[in-house]
Design a protein around this ligand. Structure first.
Ligand SMILES: [Zn+2]
Length: 388
């Protein structure tokens, strides 16, 4: 890859013919139409999020004469360039000089159009440090893979979109990275993250590829349809929302793709499921509400998923003391299960640290986590009893 450093291109020239597309959240063109600011494989514009702190910082830096860092252009042909790195900064500048946002100075909030002339000139005359790169697509992508834009590192999915750019990524982004898509509202009940940071697309790909996104994107790179991706994703979402008619905040970000694979062939009665969800949500012993859904899907047996509240130390010590007293009187082990056995442990007195607390009546059968339902067993017998 060949690079040429350019130090004579000013903001004024970059912003000539700047177009910002509100709908796609993208800066499109600059340099009188010869510069593509956000090529397909780039992420969306994100400097306007978080109250616009980052785009304001770009303008502040320019006004104060601070460097805003290196910018990389890819030379597409004799006349045309695309921004490889620096699109967020360039879009910030372009949006500012086209009055898309204001900054605060000693005269209050200022749009570019209303700023003092000397400040306007300062911005327009600022020269940017630009590397023009020329290389093959794979060289450029390899390089792109290694860069990390300061402040906002690329997310893994953004990187994959860059590496496997093509018709498939374009269509997939249109569906899953598009905040204008009315479905994202529904999806966000089950998926965490931000549409424009590719979190929804990542989930969709993760589900359909059973966790092997890289390979899936590579195989489908040239596809001109995303039917399989869309159908699979919708099947998962439809399945979750029909089995669980309630929408709970703990549902967000669960491994719905894996659970779909594991359980979607089982029949569930949504009404009964709903009742069980409510029962478990109001059970003070259930510590992990996120586990409620898979617990129910799996037939309500795997209590590990719920992380049932355990006995506290005071309860355990008090129960232990009582058992020791009885055991010594009867000359038997202080583990009730050991006393029934035939081995040498029949009369063994276990130390506190060799024992674990057990629910006499299992939690799943309605047993409470209190002193009345607590029995200390030696570790071996406690483990053997399992269902706690
Ligand atoms: Zn025992």
């Amino acid at each position: 890859m060949e690079t040429t450093l350019k130090t004579n291109i000013a903001v004024k020239e970059i912003c000539e013919g700047f177009v910002y597309n509100e709908l796609e959240g993208k800066g499109l063109f600059g340099l009188s139409g010869t510069l593509t600011i956000q090529p397909e494989y780039q992420r969306n514009y994100i400097y306007a999020s978080d109250g616009g702190k980052r785009e304001i910082a770009v303008i502040d830096s320019i006004l104060k004469g601070y460097p805003i860092g290196l910018i990389y252009f890819n030379k597409v042909n004799d006349k045309n360039f695309e921004v490889l790195d620096g699109q967020q900064r360039i879009t910030s500048i372009g949006r500012f000089v086209t009055d898309k946002f204001a900054i605060k100075d000693e005269n209050g909030m200022q749009y570019f159009g209303t700023m003092a002339e000397d400040k306007k000139a300062k911005i327009l005359e600022t020269k940017l440090l630009i590397y023009e790169c020329e290389g093959t697509e794979s060289q450029i992508k390899e390089w792109f893979k290694t860069i990390n834009i300061a402040g906002v590192p690329l997310k893994p999915q953004e990187l994959l979109n860059a590496i496997y750019s093509g018709p498939f990524v374009t269509l997939a982004k249109e569906e899953f990275s598009n905040s204008q898509n009315a479905n994202t509202q529904k999806w966000s009940a089950y998926i965490t993250g931000a549409v424009n940071r590719q979190d929804f697309l990542e989930r969709a790909l993760d589900w359909v590829s059973k966790g092997d996104i890289d390979n899936y994107m590579s195989r489908h790179r040239k596809d001109t349809s995303i039917t399989e991706l869309k159908n699979y994703f919708n099947s998962v979402i439809d399945w979750v929302s029909s089995v669980f008619i309630d929408v709970e905040s703990e549902m967000r970000g669960l491994e719905w793709g894996r659970m779909y694979e594991e359980y979607h062939k089982n029949a569930y009665d949504p009404k009964k499921v709903s009742e069980e969800v409510h029962k478990l949500y109001s059970d003070p012993y259930v510590k992990n509400r996120k586990g409620v859904f898979e617990f129910i899907l799996g037939g309500s047996t795997d209590t590990k998923l719920l992380n049932i509240r355990v006995f506290d130390e005071a309860t355990k010590k008090s129960v232990y003391a009582k058992q020791i007293e009885v055991a010594k009187k009867k000359n038997k082990s202080n583990c009730s299960h050991c006393t029934i056995g035939h081995d040498s442990n029949k009369e063994k007195i276990w130390g506190f640290s060799d024992m674990d607390a057990d629910h006499v009546t299992a939690w799943s059968k309605g047993g409470a986590t209190n002193i009345k339902n607590c029995e200390m067993l030696c570790k071996t017998h406690n483990r053997a009893k399992g269902n706690r």
